[in-house]
Design a protein around this ligand. Sequence first.
Ligand code: MG
Length: 362
Amino acid sequence: MLALRAPAARFARAPPAARRRCLLSARAASTSASVDVGTPPHVALVTFERSPGQKPELGLVENGHWLWTLDVDGTRYPRGMLDVIERWHDAASGGRTSDEMLETERKGDPVPVASVTLLAPIPDPPSIVCVGKNYLEHIGEVDSSLPGISAAGAAPPEYPIIFTKAPTSVVGPGASITIPPGVSDAIDYEGELGVIVGRRTPPGVIVDETSAWDAVFGFTIINDVTARDVQKQHQQWYLGKSFDTFCPMGPWIVPKNALRSDADASPNADASPAAIVKRGVALGTVVNGERRQASDTSAMLFDVPALLQVVNRAMTLRAGDVIATGTPAGVGAGMDPRGFLRSGDACEVTVQGVGVLRNPVE
Ligand code: MG
């Protein structure tokens, strides 16, 4: 699995001029592509409020529109989405498809999803494991704009940079990203694909691509909001990444087998989540209508199975753990002048086949 370091190693051995060309061409590509949200997922899982302050409920969203209450009497899933994930994951492992689960779980009459308030699909995840410098073009902008932010400098890291965000930083779609007054004036966005773990996985169980994808439940969108100045003040990135509201998540979870990519029009294309993510799921970020980030998951230096294996070498993964897989180029810190978030801004992160995560800034 760690042979997946090969692209990074090749880059590190390249002469400096070639490295710069690589970074520049990657950045040029990132500013010319657009990110299309694609077709709404056939099945998605949400945590929602019917009206502000009411008890959170669980739901299924069909084709991005109709919302079915998942647990009408509120007793089937006492731990909320964590129980839903475990149960659906077990069903999928037993050969049941998302469509079959949809048929089983749909009860009563649906309402339009726009009529409720979506919360983060996992409001209090057990753990949020994040990856730094996982897109080549992002490494260049980070090193030039934030020198010293990691020991690897401009070179791709030999092993993935792993850090965490506090679960208390999670907010849902539509919730405000709050700029902490008097603490930071360098608040940045990082649009990322979020991978959701489906079951308890003791250390060392993930040894290859098959066992890695077996442990994955599905996907969501993460905005790894960061106070760049606080990130630099401390040797660890934890505080700069963990202010309350600094982990927008949502709008929902797409079970892995429900992921579709519009880019794969060929009926013969491998439709497994492993193949789709490897071919490249588009992702990007728009601030106030201006596209800032655009790339796809094929550009990851360490792919999803490699990340899971590395983390699982050390620790038990639990259902509902979130892996934020890194951000591509185009963060505010890399712009001239810098494009940090300000009060009144609107930040949107798109992952094709998953959806759009919109959050205002206050
Ligand atoms: Mg990040």
